[in-house]
Design a protein around this ligand. Structure first.
Ligand code: TYD
Ligand code: MG
Length: 457
């Protein structure tokens, strides 16, 4: 392409623009992400005015704005409603990401079915599959909706022409990377295109009060392909977590303007689609080995829901001079820190010449401080080859001096452990006070890691 007016280079990872191509992006640090794109033409129409309503915006008195919370629309799929924060908010723009084949199209087709069954016109725009393919999937899922319309189209302008005609009550776009605007010269899926497309759907969703779901592909490192920028535009970001090798699927809200971030929905992939799992703790503990050293049950808060999860550790003699510290479903930096605390603050745990592996069972990603004590306990258990009592669960944050710190929602966690039949709960002392009276299980408050390990073994 000749270097004409308006040729720019755009980082495909974060959207940083530069007049010349760069090897390393100065904004996000990624390598070889700059791609030549044409500068955006000055937009015409509503977008040029910069208002979300599609007309000139006027200031509105705060008191006069109607509250929206009562108008959430249930999808009829309990776990999906839950990740959204209690149903669909009209006019919301939701991005759903996940690995290929994990179930994005399946989930959204089920949502489309349920929404159209409640009387809404739903438009399912597909740039990836033909109507036939979608129909076949739909038959498998038992979709019988009359109000569901499929549109195999990738041109943004044509899609909006169709939307104007059909006036749908909900729109699903599968996937955003396949849709392109002919007003922009860059290839579909590039940062400029994806941003333009998302921007157009944002204006549409907000001005008409129609919910829009965008399916997004993810890259190798698990972020939505191309634009981080996309996550800032949308109201809600949902990710399929874990991998395809489990039957269950975890959908997590990593951002939600209308509900708790980190909220989880758990589904099971069956021969006839994704089915909500009412009690995820049971699923995550299902295959727990009995009397095995290195296996610990911890109580984690995922969004607003407490969940019991098995964490496993394997401590073995280091194969190399440099010991390995690997974790699946848990941050490796945090793991290294916990190993250092255990070594320094508790006598007898010499882990310098040991490889340490951590695995959170069930493909869950645990990312909360209160998981620390579970990880430490699992390492200690594997190190000394001492299995824990199968009816004991733990939670608590571990500090650098080896202290066990309080966690939020201690009562909800304790109740979940009790519900699942656990008899003993090792938890932060600061949380344990007063809890005993409420529970049938023995809540043991501990102040330090050393104390916790003494209680456990
Ligand atoms: P799909 O929704 O096409 O994934 P994505 O859109 O995220 O790429 O899901 C495809 C997988 O799900 C495929 O491996 C088949 C499986 N599947 C079932 O097990 N049961 C079903 O009822 C359906 C529709 C799909
Ligand atoms: Mg798909």
């Amino acid at each position: 392409m000749a270097k004409g007016v308006g040729t720019i280079y755009v980082c495909q990872s974060c959207g940083k623009q530069s007049p010349k191509s760069l090897g390393k992006c100065p904004a996000c640090g990624e390598w070889n992400t700059f791609v030549e794109e044409r500068a955006r033409a000055v937009p015409k129409g509503a977008a040029a005015r910069g208002s979300l309503q599609g007309r000139e915006a006027q200031p509105v008195a705060f008191a006069d704005i109607e509250s929206q919370d009562d108008v959430r629309v249930s999808t009829g799929i309990t776990e999906f409603d839950r990740v959204l924060g209690g149903g669909i908010v009209p006019g919301s723009l939701v991005l759903i990401g996940g690995d290929p084949g994990i179930g994005k199209s399946t989930l959204l087709l089920e949502v489309a079915d349920k929404l159209s069954a409640s009387g809404r016109r739903v438009l399912y725009v597909s740039g990836e599959e033909s109507e036939r393919q979608i129909k076949m999937r739909g038959e498998r899922l038992g979709v019988e909706a009359r109000n569901l319309y499929l549109l195999p189209e990738t041109n943004l302008e044509s899609i909006f022409a169709e939307i104007e005609r059909e006036e749908p009550g909900a729109v699903i776009v599968d996937s955003i990377q396949t849709v392109f605007s002919s007003q922009i010269e860059s290839a579909p899926g590039s940062v400029s295109q994806v941003r333009e497309v998302a921007g157009r759907f944002l204006t549409f969703a907000k001005s008409r009060g129609v919910p829009v779901f965008l399916i997004g592909h993810v890259t190798k490192d698990g972020s939505i392909a191309g634009p981080k920028a996309l996550e800032h535009i949308v109201d809600t970001v949902l990710y399929f977590e874990g991998d395809r090798h489990h039957n269950h699927r975890i959908v997590r809200a990593t951002k939600n303007r209308f509900g708790a971030a980190n909220e989880l929905g758990v589904f099971e992939m069956t021969g006839t689609g994704l089915k909500p799992v009412a009690n995820p703790s049971e699923i995550f503990l299902q295959e727990r080995p009995e009397n095995a050293a290195g296996s610990v049950v911890m109580v984690s808060m995922e969004g607003t829901r407490p969940m019991l999860v098995e964490v496993q550790a394997l401590v073995s003699s280091a194969q190399y001079n440099y010991p390995l510290r690997k974790a699946q479903g848990y941050a490796e930096g945090r793991l290294a820190l916990l190993i250092a605390v255990l070594e320094k603050r508790v006598k007898g745990y010499n882990l310098r010449e040991k490889d340490v592996f951590i695995n959170v069972a069930g493909g869950l990603d645990i990312d909360e401080p209160a998981a620390d004590l579970g990880v430490v306990a699992a390492i200690a258990s594997s190190f000394s080859d001492a299995p824990l009592n199968g009816q004991t669960a733990v939670f608590g944050e571990v500090g650098l001096t080896g202290e066990v710190r309080g966690a939020m929602q201690a009562q909800a966690r304790a109740r979940e452990a009790q519900t699942l039949g656990f008899k003993k709960l090792i938890m932060p002392a600061s949380n344990a006070e007063g809890l005993q009276r409420l529970l049938n299980l023995r809540a043991v408050g501990v102040r330090t890691v050393e104390e916790a390990l003494r209680e456990l073994f």
